[in-house]
Design a protein around this ligand. Structure first.
Ligand SMILES: NC(=O)c1ccc[n+]([C@@H]2O[C@H](COP(=O)([O-])OP(=O)(O)OC[C@H]3O[C@@H](n4cnc5c(N)ncnc54)[C@H](OP(=O)(O)O)[C@@H]3O)[C@@H](O)[C@H]2O)c1
Length: 320
């Protein structure tokens, strides 16, 4: 099969589009013919070696932990899926990824893909939508009527978080630069904040939940917007527990994890029109280097997806 692999850590040039052995499903595993792979910042962070002390990756490594495709073969004991099922998935990021014609994943990681989405748009969903879901619902326990501040509401995680928070009945503030203010409004943000023109803390006050996708100064300045009993949830650096205690708030770091069960819930929301991925750019698998450069710019909106196996390319060139 064809795959994009790395043989060592480094810049986008270490991504090699090359032949690789097709994996075999073991007991409890499913072989999927990948139609499209989503691109996330974790892909280039792994490529650069930032995760090497945490995840036991071995070279050559296939990157990419977001996919939509079709079940090709099932291992012993797999009962919920059969050959031909259209599925999507956040696979275990400690194993080989989805920049490939085929991937093996564990059955509990899988869900049927949303019927209303082609593979390319479905592949843009799992990692970012699961992270948003787990942050807002599992960790922050978001309740209707709460006030939420989502940093980078135009980004991969942020644009799902905005929609999920609105679906739950929250009042949503979100930040992005000038060019993405219209997108924030289209996503349903109640108070869009242009971080190039305003300080978010001058607009967002008495906040129950901050979703920090930026870290550093943005995280530090976020403490002041929280009301007592509020929670600062970060995806990028663990917020200080001591500081949270002193302020009477909660601090949490979330590491998104695979969940076929939650992806099935997310598929229902997508098919009922409550949630939709925005796809900024679609590229062929062979152009993974370009996809990484774009992701690493930190200023794409929504998601980047890679077309694999001539999977559904009908959306090529469209913005969403
Ligand atoms: N812990 C986890 O499990 C987990 C899971 C997913 C992601 N993450 C991490 O979370 C971060 C965000 O991921 P992502 O996929 O959402 O990234 P992304 O899609 O690359 O985010 C890009 C967006 O960030 C916005 N942005 C850039 N600088 C900003 C700032 N100072 N203030 C507000 N918005 C800003 C950009 O808007 P403008 O162009 O308008 O500036 C752009 O739309 C990454 O570091 C990623 O690695 C962690």
């Amino acid at each position: 099969m064809k795959a994009v692999r790395i043989h060592n850590y480094g810049g986008p040039e270490v991504l090699q589009y090359e032949d690789a052995p097709r994996p075999q499903p073991q007991a409890g595993e499913v072989l999927i013919r990948v139609h499209a792979a989503g691109v996330n910042p974790i892909d280039w962070k792994v490529r650069e070696g930032h995760m090497k002390d945490f995840w036991p990756h071995k070279f050559p490594l296939i990157l990419g932990w977001d996919l939509s495709g079709v079940v090709e073969e099932i291992g012993a004991g797999v009962s919920r899926f059969k050959k031909g099922d259209e599925v999507y998935c956040l696979p275990d990021p400690t194993r080989n990824g989805a920049y490939a014609d085929y991937i093996v994943v564990r059955e509990p990681e899988l869900a049927l893909k949303p019927n209303s989405l082609h593979h390319i748009r479905a592949a843009a969903v799992p990692l970012a939508a699961l992270t948003a879901w787990q942050s807002l619902f599992d960790t922050a326990q978001l309740q209707p009527g709460q006030r939420v501040l989502i940093h980078a509401g135009s980004g991969g995680v942020g644009h799902f978080a905005v929609q999920l928070a609105k679906w739950k009945g929250a009042y949503v503030f979100a930040t992005a630069s000038t060019k993405n203010q219209d997108l924030l409004r289209e996503l349903g943000v109640d108070e869009p904040i242009d971080y190039t023109q305003q300080r978010f803390e001058d607009v967002a006050r008495n906040i129950d939940i901050v979703l920090d996708t930026i870290g550093d100064d943005t995280q530090e300045r976020s403490w002041s917007v929280l009301k007592k009993g509020g929670v600062l949830v970060s995806l990028v650096q663990p917020p200080s527990v001591e500081k949270a205690k002193a302020l009477g708030v909660r601090a949490a770091f979330v590491a998104g994890h695979p969940s076929g069960a939650q992806l099935a819930e997310i598929a229902k929301l997508i098919d009922s029109g409550e949630l939709a991925p925005v796809v900024d750019r679609i590229l062929p698998l062979s152009e993974a280097r370009r996809a990484h450069e774009l992701s690493q710019s930190g200023h794409t909106h929504g998601k980047i997806a890679l077309r694999v196996n001539n999977g559904d390319g009908t959306l090529e060139g469209k913005q969403s």
